[in-house]
Ligand binder design. Sequence first.
Ligand code: NDP
Ligand code: OXD
Length: 312
Amino acid sequence: MATLIIGTDRVATFATACREFDPGHDIRQWPDVGRAEDIRYALAWGPPAGELAKLPNLELIVSVGAGVDHLMKDPLLPHVPVARFVDADLTGRMVSYVAANVLFHHRRMNELRAQQAAAVWKYLPEPAAHELTVGIMGLGVLGQACAQALLPLGYSLAGWSRTPKGVPDVACFAGAIGLDAFLGATDILVVLLPLTPDTRGIIDRKLLAKLRRPKLLPGPVLINAGRGGLQSEQDIVASLDAGELYAASLDVFTTEPLPPSSPVWGHERILLTPHIAAESDPRAIARYLIAQIGRKQCGEPLPNLVDRQRGY
Ligand code: NDP
Ligand code: OXD
């Protein structure tokens, strides 16, 4: 009975962490699968299409990330349970990324850095936190944790999800019917949606034009830490250049690594990070994987299972 680690460029790192956590566990590192019949469990990130289908006794797939689009795109993905990674360490990392970027744009740090570079001493008007509404698209594990972290900083909060939610101190909107009202109440848009057929390409110029124009900031702000496939980078640049959007923080891109020719690299009002908002810590992954396997072996219900129909 063995576990295969596959797809991620950190196969060896995760394997070491798993062996340290559970020295008796038979861990295989793709492409060294050994006897395919031995593999019961897989820890995967973007495995080559069709590779998991070659494992006849596979019982469980654990995603290295909270998002599972990297698995769902495999047309031959075996029909076994898929668990996504939900973990306090990852959540904490996302909360700090979102909070840092909300504060960065609210306090106009981009422009202040430019003023410093030009030795300019000039006051820039700024709203108070309570005068800004941070609207979070995706009110799941990460979206709700970010909302809870932003509340004590004084921001007003809104959230949008597929199904209706009641989150204390957050104005909740749901579904296509609630989207325009959500956008019209939002000054800083934080995107924490999964990439599914329903959400692909949702962040376009038309959507961005529906955001509220905040008091005392030059325009609304976009922060996308969900997935690049949710956005049109061309539209984001066009919105920024037309003054419809003030600034953006982008951690994820339609093509990763972002090609050198992308206009996003050099855009003065985009803060670009290379998909680092919430990295999966190897020790946390090992703990989670071994716990999920233990539950599976005891016939206990597995938390954080993906609904294959919904795609997340
Ligand atoms: P969850 O599954 O807990 O939450 C997803 C949220 O999105 C839910 O509120 C869900 O609605 C909502 N949603 C899904 N589809 C739609 C839709 N069609 N319309 C409206 N709302 C929708 O996921 P997490 O919070 O754990 O993670 C969110 C995403 O963050 C991941 O899928 C991944 O892509 C990304 N991520 C990025 C990282 C990075 O480093 N950049 C790190 C970790 C995650 P409902 O509540 O009704 O189901
Ligand atoms: C994730 C990610 O989905 O790191 O966890 O993107």
